[in-house]
Design a protein around this ligand. Structure first.
Ligand code: SF4
Length: 475
């Protein structure tokens, strides 16, 4: 029997969470394991549903493959045709400034790198273009993310999008998203993206409040953002979606409500509401430690801001697409964000891009100079490759269902021939009592508090099933 310490798919965040529970006694006892997943009852479930809130997205682990085996394994993957849904992700590593809260800044933008990057990306795409893996079926969505793709020069933005369209077999209704920020994203770049075939923009606004923006290292002010968004919307050629963040230091409910009102005033196609996550390697963390910025909103305050965002958008009849995405028009489909949380393939290109193929996930080498060098030598620089755990489809399906907020364990169990609904019954019934979800026949529908805690809940259930099947309680 495996112990928790050598469990291959064990998440240490959940380990800490479970060990912090008084009632957690013995992980070989299924009732104790279920109790360890329980939420707090009778209090403020939105602010205090669990001892700790996991953020970003639910993980499911995997086994790293030894570096000397990676090339051979990738070669085998490339010869296996794909089936099912497929996304593509292209990473553009440059940013024009380092936003204080960001842990993903890798490289400042230099104009001279724009063409060089676009040339190298074309070569990277060419390396896989004729393989059975790439040619075997349609790609349903492409996401140009970063970094800041809109930092690139207009001609290179067009070349980058054109290269992907020519190289990958895109579905007729492929969603093609360009992520960006308003600073330095003028009409020439907007037109270049649209002419090349982009049909969705995801713009990182974060907040419209100029003073708050500047305190976080953002460059454009409120009026500049509004002008640029209206210009982008006026083209009428693509879905325009923005990101907002709640929980910045100094951002109170009034500022947040003003941001939400501004969203309603614009003719946007969609909006994403994200909680601020801080990482210890960010300038924001250091500024708070040194006392130059106030402390972050706590989980309770963040929960109230999230609930307010949900209320405002629901009252305005925006469609909830997931726990953090809303669409106002039918143009917004949110395909990429939805697909990559589930059991789809993802073809990753560019330095630092991640991908998922068949039974493996991989990361392309992150350092830009090293990526350029290897691409120049005609090699795709895969830095790490993980073999998926045995029940990856279960874990990904759960993460995706929780993200959407509608979970059907009975149906998923029938598909995977696993008694999921019965095993998890004590947990899901307690979550219903706590106010995190409603049970409607086979369906579990998350409440607003459930949407706020969904990553924690998904991760708990993934860990619960991993432990349960590992220990074989069902036999
Ligand atoms: S938030 Fe976006 S634009 Fe800002 S540093 Fe991070 S990746 Fe760059």
């Amino acid at each position: 029997m495996r112990t928790r310490a050598d469990h291959p798919v064990f998440n240490k965040d959940i380990d800490a969470l479970m060990q912090g529970r008084d009632e957690y006694v013995d992980d070989r006892d299924p009732a104790a394991l279920a109790r360890a997943c329980f939420a707090s009852e009778g209090g403020d479930v939105l602010g205090e549903g669990f001892p700790r809130k996991l953020a970003v997205h639910a993980g499911f682990g995997g086994r790293p493959l030894a570096a000397d085996k990676v090339g051979e394994h990738m070669a085998r993957m490339l010869n296996i045709p794909r089936a099912g849904k497929t996304a593509a992700y292209v990473h553009v590593p440059f940013c024009e400034s380092h936003c204080l809260y960001c842990a993903f800044f890798t490289k400042g933008y230099e104009r001279k790198e724009s063409a060089r990057y676009a040339d190298a990306l074309q070569r990277e795409l060419d390396l896989w273009s004729r393989t059975p893996l790439v040619r075997s079926g349609p790609v349903h969505c492409v996401y140009f993310g970063g970094g800041t793709p809109t930092a690139l020069e207009a001609t290179d933005l067009a070349r980058m999008i054109g290269a992907v369209r020519e190289t990958l077999p895109l579905a007729n209704d492929c969603e093609i998203t360009v992520e960006g920020r308003i600073h330095n994203f003028g009409p020439d770049k907007m037109e270049a993206c649209l002419d090349a075939g982009a049909n969705r923009f995801s713009i990182g606004v974060q907040t419209f409040d100029t003073a708050l923006r500047r305190s976080m290292g953002r460059i454009a002010g409120r009026e500049e953002i509004l002008d640029a968004l209206r210009r982008l919307i006026a083209f009428g050629q693509a879905a325009v979606v923005i990101d907002l963040i709640y929980g910045f230091p100094g951002q109170d409910m009034e500022l947040w409500q003003r941001d939400l009102e501004t969203v309603l005033e614009l003719e946007l196609d969609g909006v994403d509401l994200y909680q601020l996550n801080t990482f210890t390697n960010t300038p924001l963390h250091r500024a708070i430690e040194h006392g130059t910025l106030p402390r972050l909103a706590d989980t309770g305050a963040q929960g109230r801001m999230y609930a307010e965002g949900s209320r405002v958008l629901d009252e305005a009849r925006w469609r909830r697409l997931s726990s953090s995405h809303w669409g106002r028009t039918t143009r917004e489909r949110n395909l990429y964000n939805h697909m990559v949380k589930g059991p789809a393939h993802c073809l990753g290109f560019g330095p630092g891009a991640g991908g998922t193929l068949h039974d493996s996930s991989y990361f392309v080498r992150r350092d830009y100079a090293g990526w350029l060098e290897e691409i120049g030598r005609g090699r795709k620089p895969v830095a790490t490759l993980m073999l998926a755990p045995e029940r990856a489809v279960l874990a990904k399906s759960l993460a995706q269902a929780f993200d959407v907020g509608r979970i059907n364990l009975a149906r998923l169990g029938r598909t995977l021939s696993l008694p999921l609904a019965g095993l998890a019954g004590p947990v899901t019934e307690q979550w219903a009592r706590a106010g995190l979800l409603r049970i409607d026949g086979e369906w579990l529908d998350l409440t607003v508090a459930g949407h706020f805690w969904q990553v924690t809940m998904a991760q708990l259930l993934i860990t619960f099933f991993n432990r349960t099947f590992q220990e074989d309680y069902t036999s």
